[in-house]
Design a protein around this ligand. Sequence first.
Ligand SMILES: [Mn+2]
Length: 459
Amino acid sequence: MISTWCAHRLRPASAREWKHGGVSTATDSSTIEQQLIRRREAVAAAWDLDDAIVLISAGELISRPGRADATYRFEAHTEYYYLTDRNRPHGVLAFDPAAGWVDFVAPVTADDRLWSGAPAAGPEGPTTDDLEAWLRQRRARAIAGLGAPPPATLAADVTLDRQLSEELRFDLDVVRRPKDPVELERMRTAERATGAAFAVAAGLIEAGVSERQLQVEFEAEALRRGADAIAFETIVGSGPNSAVLHFAPTDRRLGTGELVLIDAGGEYLGYASDITRTYPVDGRLDPEQRELHAVVHAAQRAAIDRCAPGAEWRDVHRVAAATIAEGLAAHGLLRGDPETLVESGATWLFSPHGIGHLVGLGVRDAAGPLRQRRHDPKPFPNLRMDLPLEPGMVVTVEPGVYFVAAILGDPERRHRFRDQVDWQQVDRLLGFGGIRIEDNVLITADGHEVITADVPVLR
Ligand SMILES: [Mn+2]
């Protein structure tokens, strides 16, 4: 497959487009341009198309319901962003195996200049106004669509081949999973900002401080220290709220003797960090908190130890679950051998999510299934991916132990696990909350590197 894509078709790459006046200051522009060339060549080679063409769309602004012309913050579809490094709506990156890549960018409008400070000169090269003519020259050829749905103005003339689109997405995901040097540099920038924010938030923890205050100070510090956005809704849960997996912070004040769980991350040029720590409000864990915190930490270390090229993600999950089962059995909450407790689902009652996910371009990177596993059932409930690890992937490893009333109060489960669970202990611990510890782990050629290791597990 010959790639005739030429550098002059590559516009100055900037994630924030005109707001930052072109190329990002923190990233060598030749490097991102080189990476865009490499990414496009790798994708074209993986697709190996004869005749079909491909449209990869950025997506449109999304209206906020009932709020007139207000829209959500725009985020280009990750498939478009990965191949263009551009975060503007309406654009379409087109690929024809015979003619290479063409980057159709939305023309700059008078409104863009008025409301968003777009420069007077519009983009050079083809705009989305030229896309119809490009498609007319390729009538009768199959069209795959990736990214967002193509612009509504085209939709009438374009019939996407769904099956082909799905096939090409498998290949694109394979190319996207290993992070390249530009991606890793952005992730490390996001990580440094996130680490600084954890240091500030951890230092503020004491009885009487609210979850919201911790959120505000965390986010402010992350943005001050180099993040350009917050990667996902910041989670701060104190006391019983720490058992809610994605708890949105409230004005609840931290109480003496409680735990507080912070799961948060900064983002930089589209790339995320995703870290969780669970701290004692008083600066010291009580004996039972210490025991359960140690169980989660041991599970995390065992899981991270498994992270290496070729390791199956389901096995990383399994070793963490077995370590949790062993720890809860030693505590007395569970009865039985770890393997059986994992297989029966008894461990899941206290640890009801998967061990982690890919992180990178956004907080859930390209974790779609392998083509040959597309119809396989999930090996564990709520496991977010089922892939062998390979060098360059970045995964979160985030085991947890929680006392969730919605799970543990269920009479049917209490009956089914009457022999494996000490329900009296469970009743005593229903207000305990939860503990999660999460780091981001880069798979290297011979093992792994914990890229979030600068954030202490406890303060
Ligand atoms: Mn996570």
